[in-house]
Design a protein around this ligand. Structure first.
Ligand code: GLY
Length: 372
């Protein structure tokens, strides 16, 4: 059991103190709380507004294949392992709550608009295939059989059949209910200092807020996202997640049953949450170049969020050096939703003493960075 001593804090009642306090009620924090409470631990989650961080903006792509980038092998391994847990995680969550979380398995089409776009995309697909990931090249006619709404001038593509999606705005309430049903208690009081938290183990799952709480090098990475809606409220005219290169721009299009299409996203080293005309223009141009019918959809939301990035853009998972009883579960950057199941399982394993030697965790330990 990895823990500090809750009774050591002045005024704490050791009989009432939780065994686990989770700071942050996004998907990561709530899933950690759910998994820990389900193992019989007394759990409290601190968050004045659960789900109001990056997950409220996120598209919810579960994309270990399409997001397997050069130089990120260990991260790709973690993404793949977590994506493999998603079907059971989604089924368990729906079983525990009765909620439909919008988990869909049609797969992801990766496409290139121009010859240059396709050349760039093919380089990445070759790398992904070299890792043994399931990327199936498709001829233009095969692409159009799968998605007739694609623009005729799309030059080519590939299928990542195992890259799925979930709706983060449905996921968060479901996780909250599951955690509460398992016995976790949500507390709206914000945590300003970790020393204010009274618990055997404190899990910092506060996204970008982890920097101020722990000194870990977590930085905001801005992402602007649009939401469109079909004019008649019916499902969009395409079923796969589409990730495209369009005249040098990268864009993703995520269709939901309820008529919504999420269009994303910028990746900006900025800390503000302003939506800019230039970003909206670029995203819409790329989206409509790939799928012309989107020009007829309603533009219903423009929003910006802040991803929690780290110096190597990989998450920070495990004990915080020099802080007994404190675990980090943050820095998930572009992968918070896909990494939710594995983060929750590994953190619960660490707390119960089952996961201390887990090899998957080794590359993501907090001690690879200096805290400030
Ligand atoms: N994983 C999608 C994004 O960060 O925009």
């Amino acid at each position: 059991m990895l823990s500090g001593d809750p009774s050591a804090t002045a005024g704490a009642d050791p009989f009432l103190a939780p065994e686990v306090a989770v700071v942050g009620g996004g998907p990561i924090g709530l899933a950690v709380a759910w998994r820990c409470a389900a193992r019989g631990l007394r759990v409290v989650v601190h968050d004045p507004a659960p789900g109001s961080g990056a997950s409220g903006v996120a598209a919810g792509m579960l994309a270990p294949v399409a997001e397997a980038y050069f130089g990120e092998r260990e991260l790709t391994r973690l993404l793949t392992e977590s994506a493999g847990r998603w079907p059971e995680f989604a089924a368990e969550l729906t079983e525990a709550t009765g909620h439909d979380i919008g988990y869909r398995t049609e797969g992801t089409l990766m496409v290139g608009l121009t010859a240059d776009d396709l050349a760039e995309a093919r380089r990445l697909w070759a790398y992904q295939q070299g890792l043994g990931l399931p990327v199936t090249p498709l001829r233009p006619s095969q692409l159009r059989e799968r998605e007739p709404a694609l623009a005729p001038r799309v030059r080519g593509g590939a299928l990542a059949a195992t890259d799925h999606q979930v709706d983060p705005r449905r996921l968060v309430p479901a996780l909250r209910l599951a955690a509460e049903r398992a016995g976790a208690v949500l507390v709206a009081e914000p945590v300003r200092r970790l020393s204010d938290v009274v618990a055997g183990t404190t899990v910092v799952a506060a996204g970008c807020g982890a920097a101020a709480l722990t000194g870990l090098p977590v930085r905001p990475v801005k992402g602007q996202v649009l939401r469109l809606r079909t004019p008649d409220g019916g499902p969009p005219g395409f079923r796969h997640v589409i990730r495209g290169y369009a005249d040098g721009e990268q864009v993703y299009l995520v269709p939901r049953e309820n008529g919504e299409v999420v269009v994303g996203a910028t990746v900006e080293e900025r800390t503000d949450r302003t939506v800019t005309a230039a970003a909206v223009l670029r995203l819409l141009r790329a989206a409509t170049d790939l799928l012309p019918e989107l020009a007829e959809y309603d533009l219903v939301e423009t929003i910006a969020g802040l991803r929690p990035g780290t110096p190597d853009n990989a998450p920070i998972l495990g004990p915080l050096p020099g802080r007994p009883g404190v675990l980090a579960a943050t820095g998930h950057h572009r992968h918070g939703i896909v990494l939710t199941p594995i983060t929750a399982d590994l953190v619960a394993d660490l707390i119960t003493g089952a996961g201390v030697a887990e090899p998957l965790l080794a590359p993501f330990r907090a001690d690879r960075f200096r805290t400030t």
